[in-house]
Design a protein around this ligand. Sequence first.
Ligand code: ADP
Ligand code: ASP
Ligand code: MG
Length: 432
Amino acid sequence: MALVVQKYGGTSVGDLERIKNVARRALAARARGDQVVLVVSAMSGETNRLLKLVSGLTERPNEREQDVVVATGEQVSIGLVAIAIEALGGKAQSFMGHQVRIQTDSTYSKARILSVDARPIFDVLKKGAIAVVAGFQGVDQHGNTTTLGRGGSDTTGVAIAAALGATCEIYTDVDGVYTTDPNVCPQARKLDRISYEEMLELASLGAKVLQLRSVEIAMKYKVPLWVKSSFTDDPGTLVTQEDTSMEDIVVSGIALDRNDARVSIRNVPDRPGVAATLFGALDEKAISVDLIVQNTPTNGATDLTFTVGKADLVKAGDVIAKVGKQLGAGAVETDSDVAKVSIVGVGMRNHSGVAARMFRTLSAQGVNILAISTSEIRVSCLIAAKHSEAAVRALHSEFGLDAKPSNASKAKAPRGTVGSAHQAGKSGRARK
Ligand code: ADP
Ligand code: ASP
Ligand code: MG
């Protein structure tokens, strides 16, 4: 008898037929003898609708109250899923985040899970029922409702699986993890397996199929993590530990992040401590910064450009305008029509010229690069949003990731057999 956490995303519970489908799938697993915990998201579009209600009132909402509003989407789903299971003759009990003490810190809208109390879930399972837990929401030490950031139900699913010692299956609208977003690049190939490390990079770079924090928790607690379709019986992709077999694949995946926005501040005084002051102020507001470019100073001043998540843009603009003024800097400019395209692969560690090849490919597409950042196993470029999809397709093809033509005609996304292509290479400095 297996203990399994099945997480269903927004599209998988998007209407009543789909909710019944989830109920049937959960009951089928139960009938096979598994103990089943469901974690469900809000119905598709619901979280956006709730956020829009909030932004219809103000650009700068009280973050505690915003979480109170957006956490409601998942409450509706868990109730409906539990009712659907019972309507089909099964037993189910729903749980809000606070009812299984999904304890988080108090960083509203992107809280981090600190602990989970699995006991109420075990009690329900012992009675032969299915536990249905709300994704995305938690409770802080003062009893305030918090939410975990967009895509946060993945993290709820994995955190509960870690607490129960269960396997976690993420059911979504694609049948696994692909070399790139199959909805952007029709040539994308499904991966049978991918290492936690590579999935971590892809998730941090915008491959929203898994929320970054969910991969971090899965890796830390060695939770076997599957990504599967809620509409087919495809085995999906296993996210797991690296093994020794490895092919010398330079780039194994491409990510596109449309959630970035650019902030530039002109005429920043060129003296020690300025960057520390600016970025320290952003950190105080829990605003994460990604790409940073500082121009060569002229006449004792320089321009500074960096990216933040779109959701943080107004806040970041406010902080930078205020601190910039104190520092005697010039105008602040923001731009949300940008996207970050990244290539990822452990093979980059022992191949040179990868970054140059990426830049050449983008230039052949007439794409201007606004900012660049690299790590040992990735290169990221900030570009205008309008070029993003063409850029991904060109890079996918340039780095040999396209599905073979014979397969490509068969299905939107044919199955790949590239498990061994996703293992770690020799360590050492990248020669990009
Ligand atoms: P859910 O609502 O089920 O949580 P999401 O929309 O959050 O689903 O995540 C699934 C989506 O992730 C897919 O529809 C796909 O467009 C996108 N995606 C981005 N990168 C990848 C990738 N490398 N492999 C698979 N899907 C990806
Ligand atoms: N409902 C939340 C969102 O739309 C959480 C999730 O779906 O994972 O981001
Ligand atoms: Mg998601």
